[in-house]
Design a protein around this ligand. Structure first.
Ligand SMILES: [Zn+2]
Length: 254
């Protein structure tokens, strides 16, 4: 359903998120929103795009009343189907990025994104080739590379390593094909679990159209766990890898 923008406002700290001038939006319509990993693409009726990368804690919220949540950085007032709505971008930690681009700029930006882990193009062959692109890198670092894997994130990368039975700090060149296969299957297990729990990700992430926060991810096996949920007995080890909290089970992962 198109959303016609009547007016908009932005927070005084939104400059760290919104990297382009936001202008000439009054009277424009958002025709369509699509999602590539953590990037949302709002297509406007004048051919421009609002690209919104959600970062770690970004979310779009739509509501009939003005959104007064803390950390609301951009808010549109407008209408859809004859009713008034507010559409807002909320991001407590401000790791998100937003751009208002013309068609050409938008396509260039979108082309920099990797294949969405949920899309049909995300095949085993793609996964293997993408991993092996940087043989010296540590597995988890590559799993977090948005230019290879759109839609990945810290908890997802941790959980893929756990369910794939591979330590996050293994160098990619040491992985056997059988291990890459297990990791590939793990991607689907992890993402299916996050979809079943309302698409909500741990520590923020996405909110549904009502602005309700999901209950968080169910079925986490190591991330923020004290005991590994795969073997149910080994204490989970936490390390910091590439500045991100990294969790693994020393028994289940090799
Ligand atoms: Zn375990």
């Amino acid at each position: 359903m198109p959303f016609k923008i009547h007016s908009f406002s932005r927070s005084n700290v939104s400059d760290s998120i919104i990297h382009t001038k936001i202008s000439n939006l009054k009277g424009k319509e958002i025709l369509q929103v699509s999602r590539i990993g953590k990037m949302l693409d709002f297509i406007l009726d004048d051919g421009r795009h609002i690209l919104s990368h959600l970062g770690m804690t970004g979310a779009w919220v739509i509501n009939k009343n003005k959104i007064i949540q803390k950390h609301t950085h951009l808010q549109f007032k407008g209408e859809s189907d004859g009713k008034e709505y507010y559409l807002a971008y909320v991001d407590p930690r401000r790791f998100g990025h937003m751009y208002l681009y013309d068609e050409k700029q938008a396509q260039k930006k979108l082309a920099e994104l990797g294949t969405d882990m949920k899309s049909p193009e995300f095949t085993f062959e793609y996964f293997k080739r993408a991993l092996q692109k940087y043989p010296e890198r540590l597995l988890k670092v590559t799993l977090l590379d948005q230019k290879l894997f759109a839609g990945s994130g810290n908890y997802i990368a941790n959980e893929i390593c756990a369910r794939g039975g591979v330590l996050p700090n293994r160098q990619v060149k040491t992985l056997k094909v059988s291990e890459i296969k297990k990791l590939y299957n793990a991607v689907h297990l992890v993402l299916d679990d996050s979809i079943d729990s309302g698409g909500a990700t741990f520590q923020g992430g996405y909110q549904d159209a009502n602005g309700d926060k999901g209950e968080g991810v169910k079925g986490l096996v190591v991330f923020y766990q004290k005991t590994c949920q795969l073997c149910q007995k080994t204490p989970v080890i936490k390390i910091v890898l590439a500045q991100r909290g990294t969790y693994y089970c020393p028994k289940c992962q090799k």
